[in-house]
Ligand binder design. Structure first.
Ligand code: KG4
Ligand code: ZN
Length: 336
């Protein structure tokens, strides 16, 4: 089955064709318009997707050498609703016009299953850390569609913390890649920063869990500690601060992965989402005494190959969605 995937949940307009042999095309257009605002402006994102969606999908089809796929998979959430709607409605319209099956895909499930798109990807069950600008969650994946949230951030996402620290240092948006680059020349022990643990009585987490689990995370205190350091009389050089901050994030994430492996007895581990492109985090995971397989960096940040792949995995199990499938701003992967 050859599937066209469409992704427009945030600031990437992306389309990809995936078949039994793997990825046939993978087109990602990153919107530049947001950099001057220091973050994604939802209204502008939706408009820019509308401008680019036709040319992006056409490019994906022509690079794959096909006129029409066997099915269409489009991100239906979670994400900026006006942005999600562009790709979702476009995907549904193509499915209706071509008379092919349609499936709405959970963007986080796309990240979660990313590593299984690779020839040497993990077999089920595996642990998958989805760590991006909007989400930081650790899942136990038992099968396609069967995911358990083992822990998640109770406040900022890790990528959000990277972006906020980059902003404090005037490094531009998105800040993660720039912090990563600067940190490579800095001393991770230059500043003593906390590895915060969520308070015992946490508010409701994004997936609706009430109370704190041992594998939950918190990043807002770390970001505040960086700000406090910058307000001292003699702050360290930006590279040292970036390295120290990055090390704190890496320590928290690797700690939760080790605990999760211990708790579940599952030693196969992967991760995805923009922060999974981070050099130090990738090295730290690969150094763990676990069976770690990581998607390549360009499949960690938002792309449509992961959407085509997640959609295809469900389509092959017989799942189809009606053309009344709604867009969702919040959606825990695995929930129907
Ligand atoms: O998955 P993604 O492309 O979009 C979302 O679904 O959020 O993730 C974007 C996030 C941003 O916060 C960006 O700063 C961060 O991923 N990011 C990184 C790196 N590359 C992207 N963070 C740390 N190191 C990187 N190399
Ligand atoms: Zn994402």
């Amino acid at each position: 089955m050859i599937v066209l995937g469409i992704e427009t949940s945030c600031d990437e307009t992306a389309a990809s064709v995936v078949g039994p042999e793997g990825v046939l095309s993978d087109i990602v257009h990153t919107q530049q318009i947001h950099s001057e605002y220091g973050g994604v402006v939802p209204e502008l994102a939706g408009r820019a997707h509308a401008d680019k969606i036709v040319s992006t999908v056409n490019a994906a089809l022509s690079e794959a050498g096909i006129d029409k796929p066997d099915a269409i998979a489009a991100t239906a959430g979670p994400g900026l609703i006006g942005a999600v709607l562009v790709g979702l409605c476009f995907g549904k319209s193509l499915a209706a016009g071509w008379g092919v099956p349609f499936i709405g895909v959970n963007h986080l499930e796309g990240h979660l299953l990313s590593a299984t798109l690779e020839p040497d990807g993990p077999e089920f069950p595996f642990l998958s850390l989805v760590v991006s600008g909007g989400h930081t969650s650790l899942y136990l994946a038992r099968a396609v569609g069967e995911y358990e949230v083992l822990g998640e951030t109770v406040d900022d996402a890790a990528g959000e913390a990277f972006d906020k620290v980059a902003r404090m240092l005037s490094l531009g948006y998105p800040g993660g890649p720039e912090v990563d680059r600067l940190a490579a020349t800095g001393n991770p022990k230059a500043v003593k920063l906390p590895r915060p643990r969520p308070k015992v009585r946490a508010p409701k987490t994004p997936s609706g869990h009430v109370g704190t689990r041992p594998l939950d995370m918190s990043f807002s205190g770390l970001k505040t500690a960086v700000r406090a350091h910058l307000q001292t009389e003699n702050p360290v050089a930006p590279a040292d601060l970036c390295a120290s901050f990055q090390q704190a994030v890496v320590d928290v994430l690797t700690d939760r992965i080790l605990r999760a492996a211990d708790q579940t007895g599952v030693g196969r581990v992967t991760m995805a989402g923009g922060v999974a492109a981070n050099s130090q985090l990738r090295l730290a995971l690969q150094a763990l005494n676990l069976d770690v397989s990581l998607p390549p960096r360009h499949r960690c940040t938002d792309n449509a190959a992961m959407i085509a792949h997640a959609g295809r995995s469900r389509l092959l199990l017989g799942e189809r969605h009606g053309l009344d499938r709604a867009a969702r701003a919040q959606w825990t992967p695995g929930v129907v």
